[in-house]
Write a protein that binds this ligand. Sequence first.
Ligand code: FAD
Length: 508
Amino acid sequence: MLRGWRGLGVIRSASPGTRFPQYTRGYAAGLPELTKDRYSHVKRGNFATLEQNHLKFFTDLLGENRVVSNPSDCQAYNVDWIRSVRGYSNCVLKPRTTQEVSEILAFCNRHRLAVCPQGGNTGLVGGSVPVFDEIIVNTGLMNKILSIDEISGVLVCEAGCVLETLDDRLAEKDLMMPLDLGAKGSCHIGGNISTNAGGLRLLRYGNLHGSVLGLEAVKADGEIMDLLSTLKKDNTGFHLKHLFIGSEGTLGLVTKIAIQCPPKPKATNVSFLGLQTFENVLETFQLARKELGEILSSFELIDALSLDIVTGHLGLKSPIQDFPFYVLVETQGSNATHDEDKMNRFLEIAMKTGTVEDGTVTNEDSKIKAIWALRESITEGLLRDGYVFKYDLSLPIKEFYGIVTEFRKRIGEDAVRICGYGHVGDGNIHLNISTKEFSQDILKRIEPFVYEHTSQLRGSVSAEHGIGFRKPKYVHYSKTEPAINLMKDIKRIMDPNGILNPYKVLPS
Ligand SMILES: Cc1cc2nc3c(=O)[nH]c(=O)nc-3n(C[C@H](O)[C@H](O)[C@H](O)COP(=O)(O)OP(=O)(O)OC[C@H]3O[C@@H](n4cnc5c(N)ncnc54)[C@H](O)[C@@H]3O)c2cc1C
């Protein structure tokens, strides 16, 4: 039988939903090199440069407090969360209303000023900060909840609402957000939609193309697109909302969202299990699907070196002994006895057949949070190694972990750590290679091989983080030329001057 809970000790730091204060995030010493220097092959587009009369327009529109132009105050908005890229914008705008966003974009379009939309700035592919001096439009003050319909479960809110705040407000009405991620304390729903964020429970609640019912967005020329339907069914021509979901701020700035929210589960069970091999992980996943069926809400993998990050760097405590692999299995349902019975039966079979050797299971809130912290804090803890080369790949489930072993052979001791964790249930692995500092040599040994390998397996070079600044030239590994050309055509129609998030997503 499973061993019981063996005291997790005091969980320090990095609890789920940790808020990342602007600019104190990350642990690499100092600021990263400017993007224009590190990626000197990328040339600034033919955009205007910010002038005093532009600043005057913005100040007249927003007032002085909502226009940040002092270079040191702008710094926090110029650096991404993992400190991998840095722009040098001297203009951060903080609109409160859709109308203000519309006037800002119309002005920028007229004057050929490039714009970088920004939400919580937790993106992991360098899309949320300027490459050069693009004007940053930050949605932090667009944070009103407009309505929660308790009967249909539909939430309507502004784009700058923090994901965790939304979840807390919904909980008061026995509802929950259909997505959850480690950055929930900082990321905005508008950023989630613009990246089509996946997260920890996509396995159960599906992706945002399914749960977003409608949205409002402002096009590059300032035109407001009211697509804010709250209907489940609406087959009136092209489904335009999908263009804004996952287009990472290149087609418009999302200002409002209507999203379908599931009922908050009455019962949650979480088990944390130790396994010897990746084959055991796959067998356990198959068993979980069979035995837990409709209540399975998450199945996450953590390899030994990933767990070592949170126990070593962050001082969290593992509830079980050391193993090469761990999985976190969560169920969410409406009947505690039924759900516990199912979880226990699943665990009994897994232990009896030997696929799982040790583990712990709980339905207590504080212990559930403590187990989730082991998984959710990996991204943060990794930064303490130094520089992190991050890859977010969709791969056929059987080949899921092979890429980690492949890179251990290729890079070996030259890296601080090569580890893999992620969403087994979605076939999405996060391959991370950390080094003491950024190294062009290591980069060349990783790329393009990592993408070629993924493409050969018919995987995706970006499962959920997006393309951002770091991956446009690798999109062709996952998209055909006609598909890329159609994306470029759509961009030309919606943003003919290319002012919205230039240098991102689309290959040049
Ligand atoms: C600890 C941690 C864990 C994470 N876990 C996950 C995970 O499990 N799954 C996952 O998918 N991601 C994850 N991420 C990545 C990140 O949190 C998501 O991509 C998130 O959706 C970004 O939201 P944001 O508000 O921070 O957007 P930002 O980082 O500010 O922006 C991301 C992109 O969207 C654009 N954008 C932002 N707001 C708007 C808007 N209103 N309109 C138009 N464009 C906009 C930006 O220009 C940029 O291209 C994680 C990040 C961290 C730091």
